[in-house]
Design a protein around this ligand. Structure first.
Ligand SMILES: O=C(O)c1ccc(O)c(O)c1
Ligand SMILES: [Mg+2]
Length: 620
């Protein structure tokens, strides 16, 4: 089985030197050098080779050479001259594979015999330098845009120095069946480039150059693609070639680290498809959210207690030895941590009163931790051996509770009071958590959840905030008992951006609680003093017309400031929002009747309502 992981320099930000250093620091031992990165670099080929020696990197591909086959003179001779010059550079770099991408020039001939003859000429030249050329079908190639056509041409060329190069983006963007890879002779498969991408309706070139992502961050079935490649016996490098606008402005170290993690997770997924022995435990099955932990500043104690009370929670326990309280409503547990030292205290210092950790119940706790280790996800020392902690992308913690051990934690750690006399709001459980993350880290968080846990993603949503566009991605387990949405924006004044600056970093901005009947819950919440988010009166009239509501139903929406959505196939969702605590987090109450989404059409209504409470910008 193949084992070399590589990354193309084009995937990483910075100068060529920055890119090489980041790749090596993340643990890569091999890279593809992107032609423009080298041409633009202040380093000579000799210096690049010396740096790679110092960093322990091999150059496994130089790429691309463009617009060669089918060109009329004088372009044909020029193309051969360019090829020779690249072969000279490659000799110094000690690189023996070159990527030739299919011609996009309007001058190019589609005549098959001409293309075959030109590839033979390139092959003869490559032979002089001991180079093998991999011919790649660009999805937008002028005459060759499909790897099946490339394979047909490569067979006709029949030259020892000319083979096929597969790039998952070009194959999967065009919907070419992965089973077609079985036709390829592995001895002629020169190299494999991998990229994922979100599914979009867009021309191939623009989609490829701006929206590629790491495997596990998009919508392609890369596990099947790689399984087919390994099935035919390919044992060369698997290499990430990611053109992505976010990555161009992100930390090269973060992208390189995520890149290696994504390849390891992908190899694992492909091995499972092939029934090969696994190298790490399977993605962990999440059974639910056991608790959410708040780091609370002493000064916020009363205000937070009032808000939680209004939200239907009661304190039902105290920690046996720490300044920690347990608040509960139904199956939703909130842990309020007032400790002066430790993780929560440090988190509070950095972010203010906020959600600092979540506790997830997984089917097999030790296996989940073993997988995290295999993927290089850092652990955080935990006081409780039964509850190890993983670091989330932005520093909050994910406690991992084994399903067998979870029920014991409360009675072991806490003195539990009798049930309070006041009737509670009929809260069932935590429905979902909404995380707001930095624009740069949006894809990193996605990979984190998708590589570690057995979750699926819904289609990404664009949400309109009155002050800018927010991208939202829902992630959930199979039975919907774990749901999280990731939200990010680069619009400075959007609510989620203000949350990031107000709370000094990414975190959970809102938490949704599921109730069986939102009208009854609204009455109970109002009786307990919940401060609701007022919704514009225009909304109920619009919703009544849109969903054919009775006058009574519309009046209920208006009276309780509810939002409603339907999925058109019988599913219905109703929502009620609280005001925010200290401009940082807020609650949502949801009634979910056969509905699997998050009320995305209502997000602009809610965001506009929240915007009314936005404090005036300081004048500076
Ligand atoms: O977008 C491009 O031009 C381009 C270049 C080289 C590649 O390997 C590729 O997949 C795309
Ligand atoms: Mg490519």
């Amino acid at each position: 089985m193949t084992s070399i992981n590589a990354i193309a320099t084009v995937s990483l930000s910075g100068t060529l030197e920055d890119k090489l250093r980041a790749a090596a620091a993340a643990g890569f031992r091999a890279v593809e050098i992107f032609d423009t990165d080298f041409v633009a670099s202040a380093l000579s080929a000799v210096q690049v080779r010396a740096l790679m020696d110092e960093l322990g990197l091999d150059c496994v591909l130089y790429q691309p050479l463009r617009d060669v086959e089918g060109m009329p003179e004088p372009h044909r001779s020029r193309a051969l001259a360019r090829a020779r010059q690249k072969f000279e550079v490659m000799r110094t770099l000690r690189c023996d594979r070159l990527l030739l991408c299919s011609n996009t020039s309007p001058l190019a001939s589609g005549d098959r015999d001409t293309i075959v003859a030109d590839l033979r000429a390139i092959g003869d030249l490559a032979a002089e330098y001991g180079v093998t050329v991999g011919y790649e079908a660009l999805a937008w190639g002028r005459h060759v845009a499909d790897h099946r056509v490339v394979w047909d041409i490569v067979q006709a060329v029949d030259h020892p120095n000319i083979g096929i190069l597969l790039d998952s983006f070009h194959s999967l963007a065009r919907g070419i069946p992965s089973a077609s890879i079985r036709e390829i002779d592995p001895a002629k498969l020169v190299f494999v480039q991998l990229a994922d991408a979100p599914r979009m309706e867009m021309d191939y070139l623009y989609w490829s150059r701006h929206f590629r992502s790491l495997p596990g961050q998009g919508g392609f079935d890369l596990a099947t693609y790689v399984a087919e490649i390994l099935r035919i016996g390919y044992d060369g490098p698997l290499s990430l070639e990611i053109f992505n606008d976010r990555f161009r402005s992100s930390s090269a170290e973060m992208v390189a680290r995520d890149g290696l993690r994504s390849l390891d997770a992908l190899r694992d997924a492909a091995a499972r498809k092939l029934g090969l022995p696994a190298t790490m435990p399977a993605r962990a099955i999440i059974e639910g959210i056991e608790f959410v932990e708040f780091a609370v500043a002493e000064a916020d104690r009363e205000r937070l207690a009032a808000m939680l009370h209004g939200a239907g929670f009661d304190q039902i326990g105290r920690h046996r030895s720490k300044a920690v309280e347990l608040w509960r409503a139904g199956a939703a547990n909130f842990v309020l941590n007032y400790e002066a030292v430790g993780f929560a205290a440090a988190y509070r210092t950095a972010h203010g009163t906020s959600i600092c950790a979540i506790g997830l119940v997984v089917a097999d706790g030790p296996a989940a931790i073993a997988r995290a280790r295999a993927l290089g996800v850092p652990e955080h020392p935990s006081d409780l051996p039964a509850m190890p902690a993983l670091r989330g992308v932005a520093g909050s913690l994910v406690y991992v509770l084994d399903a067998e051990a979870a029920p014991a934690i409360w009675a072991d750690e806490f003195v539990i009071d009798d049930a309070p006399a006041e009737p509670r709001v009929a809260i069932e459980a935590i429905d979902h958590l909404a995380a707001t993350v930095h624009h740069d880290e949006f894809l990193s968080w996605q990979l984190y959840w998708r590589a570690l846990f057995d979750v699926a993603v819904q289609a990404p949503q664009d949400v309109i905030d009155p002050n800018g566009l927010v991208q939202s991605q829902a992630i959930q387990n199979r039975d919907g008992s774990f749901r999280i949405t990731l939200n990010s924006t680069d619009a400075r004044s959007a609510l989620s951006a203000r949350f990031l600056s107000q709370s000094f970093g990414a975190g959970f901005q809102h938490l949704a609680l599921r109730v069986p009947d939102l009208e009854a819950a609204a009455e109970a919440l109002e009786a307990r003093g919940l401060e609701k988010l007022p919704i514009a009166p225009n909304y109920a009239e619009d919703a009544a017309a849109r969903f054919g509501l009775s006058d009574a139903e519309a009046a209920t929406l208006a009276r309780h400031d509810l939002l409603i959505d339907e999925d058109g196939v019988g599913g219905r969702y109703r929502q009620l929002y609280s005001r925010a605590f200290a401009r940082t987090f807020f609650f949502e109450f949801v009634e979910r009747r056969g509905y699997d989404g998050y009320g995305a059409p209502n997000a602009p209504i809610r965001l506009t309502a929240q915007n009314r409470f936005r404090p005036a910008e300081p004048i500076d």
